[in-house]
Design a protein around this ligand. Structure first.
Ligand code: NAD
Length: 516
């Protein structure tokens, strides 16, 4: 590995991708310590799960304030570790994390408290509730592209419900993993409640095999499938937040200036390393040339670098650069045309990739079918609404999508037809910023949802409780059955029939009570 290499002494060497400088060394968690982590997590669970939700939330308030106080340092750590520009570190990694903590502080008690449920009339005399019982130890495994948010949001969501948490952050961004560990420690969370294990896929696999009570994984489809197989062996429930290939559909009646700016931002923010990047741009044929000109002039204004005013940072992970290169090479070899950017042979050394817009691509090219995770945007014309929907739905992914038109009806119609975990109308990516909305993918983009109410409840067993005062000595459906069949037959035929007769119901019900 050239960015963060695992050495014999089991240290992760952290090299800032944007500058190539070694900036830290972080000790890897030895595999033989995995059972110790689980032991500490289980010991801590007893106390953490038995304190009230408001008591737990007091720790969250301390954590939030600490992050507010140290926001600039955290942003600089994220930027050093990933190569992303400071503005993106604060806007797209720190802000969503703080907003999620804030949302959980405001809603967790209501969402996770005992909920009343309706009791059917036939179960006269009983009351029904749902309780949310913590599962135990939640293993969070996170990626490198938004290393703060994608680790901390599932962590705090699981902690709110009374679980203890083990985080295995990406080995590609271990400095942020260390920063998260430090933030939780200094917020005073009780020992063993939050633990962070450092290392790569071997460490991740060892923790997955350690029988956690829930696995929350964010990362590639490939790793997601491996984790799901292990989880299936031990019947461990999972949430998998995986890759994307998000389409952006621009109709001729859209605000083209806004759409062109959005396409540039949606494709190139975080250097395209966003699971919800705009990775395919479908433009109505009659405005293709006009739109391309707007897009190209927007792209030409963007600056790449590491200083505070740069627009686009570097790639984070060297292997990802090779994937982007391979996709572009295949497209160019098959006749695609570069509208902006350079042929890969002219790319400079280092981790910056030219911002690339490509036309004349085919639906079966890798650039259209596979996740790119880099600053590469293919543009494809379409003629009809139906064709746009078919093209947009034509990959194995379905995370997010956007539809651009001033026609509200058309926008909503198209949004409903997209097989996607989320759709944005006249904007890109932004659904993820509303913590009140569920987040997750369809098809190979993942299994399950988080954020919103469900995002707290997934980490708990949903326990059904029914309550009877226990005053009657028997129930009508209990033994003996003698003479009950015709009475039940009458009762149910009448009750479920279209013309229910309440007098007959009362007569049959009383007869059943008498025959108990
Ligand atoms: P990755 O799958 O390579 O690694 C993710 C994490 O899994 C890392 O911590 C890694 O160490 C760990 N890991 C790897 N192999 C493992 C194994 N066998 N067992 C246990 N853990 C293992 O993904 P990445 O390259 O870090 O992240 C990029 C991918 O994540 C992209 O595909 C992107 O689309 C996806 N992603 C999805 C979302 C989402 O919310 N849907 C968000 C961000 C990123």
């Amino acid at each position: 590995m050239n960015v963060h290499s695992v050495e014999q002494v089991q240290k992760l060497t952290v090299i800032a991708p944007a500058t190539g400088q070694i900036i830290a060394e972080i000790a890897e968690t030895p595999i033989h310590e995995v059972p110790l982590f689980y032991q500490r997590g289980r010991n801590a669970f007893a106390a953490w799960s038995s304190i009230s939700i408001p008591e737990r939330l007091n720790y969250f308030r301390k954590l939030k304030q600490l992050m507010v106080d140290e926001m600039d340092q955290i942003a600089r750590t994220i930027s050093d570790d990933t190569g992303k520009v400071l503005t993106e570190a604060i806007v797209a990694d720190i802000m969503p994390t703080l907003d999620a903590i804030d949302h959980i502080i405001r809603h967790a008690e209501k969402v996770l408290s005992r909920q009343k449920a309706k009791t059917p009339f036939l179960l006269i005399g009983k009351k029904s509730y749902i309780e949310y019982m913590p599962r135990g130890i939640v293993l969070v495994i996170s990626p490198w592209n938004y290393p703060l948010q994608l680790a901390m949001v599932p962590m705090v969501s699981a902690l709110a419900g009374g679980n203890t948490v083990i985080l295995k952050p990406s080995e590609v961004t271990p400095l942020v993993g260390k920063c998260i560990e430090d933030l939780f420690n200094r917020s005073g969370f009780p020992e063993g409640t939050v633990q962070v294990a450092h290392g790569g896929k071997e460490v991740g696999a060892a923790f997955t095999e350690g029988k956690p009570d829930y696995i929350f994984f964010t990362g590639s489809v490939r790793t997601g499938k491996i984790i799901q197989q292990q989880a299936a062996r031990d019947l461990i429930p999972t949430t998998l937040e995986l890759g994307g290939k998000d389409p952006m559909i621009v109709f001729k009646d859209a605000n083209l200036e806004r759409a062109a700016k959005a396409a540039a931002w949606g494709a190139f923010t975080n250097s395209g390393q966003v699971c919800m990047s705009a990775e395919r741009l479908y433009v109505e044929r009659s405005i293709l040339e006009e739109f391309l000109e707007l897009l190209k002039s927007e792209v030409r204004t963007l600056t790449q670098g590491t200083d505070e005013n740069a627009d686009v940072g570097s790639m984070t992970f060297p292997a990802q650069k090779d994937i982007v290169k391979g996709q572009l090479e295949e497209a160019l070899a098959r006749g695609a045309k570069l509208e902006t950017g350079l042929e890969p042979e002219n790319w400079q050394e280092g981790m910056f990739i030219p911002l690339t817009v490509v036309t004349q691509v085919e639906q079966d090219m890798k650039i259209i079918q596979e996740e790119t995770f880099g600053p590469l945007l293919p543009v494809v014309p379409f003629d009809t609404e139906e064709e746009a929907v078919i093209l947009a739905n034509g990959t194995v992914f379905g995370l997010n999508a956007s539809v651009w038109t001033k026609d509200k009806e058309k926008a909503r119609r198209v949004a409903s037809k997209l097989v996607s975990g989320a759709v944005v109308i006249n904007d890109v990516i932004i659904t993820v910023a509303n913590h009140g909305l569920p987040f997750g993918g369809t098809k190979e983009s993942g299994i399950g949802r988080y954020h919103a109410e469900g995002g707290l409840r997934i980490f708990c067993h949903e326990k059904a409780i029914m309550e009877d005062l226990g005053l009657m000595n028997s129930e009508i459906q209990w033994y003996p059955y003698k003479g009950k069949y015709p009475l039940f037959l009458n009762l149910f035929k009448n009750y479920f029939g279209e013309n229910r007769n309440w007098l007959s119901f009362a007569r049959d019900y009383l007869a059943l009570i008498k025959s108990k």
